[in-house]
Design a protein around this ligand. Structure first.
Ligand code: SF4
Length: 406
């Protein structure tokens, strides 16, 4: 099976089972959050594309290497890097930098931010750390949460729905759209850091790079296969709308032109004969490589919600939030909850906020959502990540013992 190149808007689902390699062992079924894998034990399996979230968990857990991605932007990225008229921006997710070193013989989990910046700079990328955009996401999600909370406490009409759900994980967003569409108003309206980064790179970034926005090619480097589907969603072209309103008349372009997984970025560097292990560290070349500690914790479960809550706490009380003690929820493996009480200066009263953090979505989310639908949920804010442990274990990360999947 060969991965095909793709254009934005084309991808509906991108995981396929190679029937000639599948042994029908059922291992993949245990990792699928939507029971999208069909076929009897012992017979070759197939994927129901309507149910598949493209999270890639089946692929990284198949013991026979029988599951592959059908779409890759690698060829297009190589062509853009060679094009002197194009500014290629690499948007690097937090979970990539603790995993890509493995593909170059470095230790599992070794943090290689500087080396990755250096290797990508050598390849011709402008560095845009996705943590910068994660900080923007946190400000948006935190502000939105304050607005919804205050409007609800005051009993205002048009208060946004509580609990507020995080919106960073595209597999989770697709799950909600397909399985609980009536709960979509609970989803934060903030874009994921990937999509914010793309929009910023082609608007404010165009000024920083002194470049026409249509000559900027944005490539997100992600631990996640579902991020390819997210980038290809036709509604993510806000940079074009913004630039168009401000006088640009170029043909339409997406905020994020292409996504490479951690494995594909390793493959690209190897094709370009760049050894990440021996590349000197580089600090980045603009404001877009700057970020706070809040953006950094996005890659692990609990990070998004904690970062947004910390921001809300600071805004409402002028003080830093103490460490959040997340306690496991009885009977649910992948759900933790916490409660904080604070004096809200804007409201002039004490408020108690109860939050939940859910990962390994397929095994844990349904009962939580049924409570929300029934109006009995005790929570005000819920973070959901599809993958067990969060993006560090995403479907685009190096496959243990398997090297690159291509
Ligand atoms: Fe992708 Fe992270 Fe969601 Fe997994 S948890 S599907 S890696 S965004």
């Amino acid at each position: 099976m060969t991965a095909t190149t793709y254009q934005p808007g084309e991808i509906q689902g991108l995981i396929e089972i190679d029937a000639s390699k599948c042994k029908g062992c059922d291992a993949c079924k245990k990792f699928c959050p939507t029971q999208a894998i069909v076929g009897a034990s012992g017979a070759a399996h197939a994927i129901d594309k309507d149910r598949c979230l493209s999270c890639g968990q089946c692929m990284i857990n198949c013991p026979f290497g029988a599951i592959k991605e059908t779409h890759s932007a690698l060829d297009r990225v190589i062509r853009k890097l060679a094009d002197k008229d194009t500014t290629v921006v690499g948007i690097i997710a937090p979970a990539v930098r603790v995993a890509i070193g493995e593909e170059f013989g470095l230790g599992t989990g070794e943090l290689v931010t500087g080396k990755l910046y250096g290797a990508m700079n050598k390849a011709g990328f402008k560095i845009f750390d996705c943590n910068f955009a994660a900080d923007l996401t946190i400000m948006e999600e935190g502000s939105e949460f304050i607005h919804r909370l205050h409007a609800t406490v005051k009993g205002e009409e048009h208060a946004g729905a509580l609990p507020q759900f995080t919106s960073c994980c595209p597999a989770w967003v697709r799950y909600l759209e397909g399985n609980f569409p009536s709960l979509l108003p609970h989803l934060s309206t903030a874009k994921s850091p990937q999509q914010m980064a793309g929009a910023v790179a082609k608007t404010y970034g165009a000024k920083v790079y002194d470049m026409e926005p249509e000559k900027i090619f944005t490539i997100a480097v992600m631990p996640c296969t579902a991020k390819k589907v997210e980038a290809s969603r036709p509604e993510f072209n806000s940079a074009w709308h913004y630039n168009h309103e401000h006088g640009a008349h170029a043909a339409e372009y997406p905020d994020v032109d292409a996504v490479l997984t951690t494995r594909e970025m390793a493959q690209l560097l190897k094709l370009l004969k760049i050894d990440l292990a021996t590349t000197p560290a580089y600090e980045g070349d603009s404001l877009f490589a700057q970020y706070t500690g809040a953006g950094t914790i996005f890659g692990t479960t609990g990070g998004v919600m904690e970062a947004a809550l910390r921001t809300a706490h600071k805004v409402l009380t002028d003080t830093e939030m103490a460490k959040l003690d997340l306690e496991p929820v009885r009977g649910l493996e992948g759900v933790k909850e916490a409660e904080i009480t604070l004096f809200d200066k804007q409201l002039g009263q004490e408020v108690t906020v109860k939050v939940a953090v859910v990962h390994d979505m397929g095994n844990n989310i349904e009962s939580i959502l049924r409570d929300v639908a029934a109006g009995t949920s005790p929570y005000h804010f819920i973070e959901v990540m599809n993958c067990a442990g969060g993006c560090v274990n995403g479907g685009g990360q190096p496959i243990q013992g398997g090297g690159s999947s291509w």
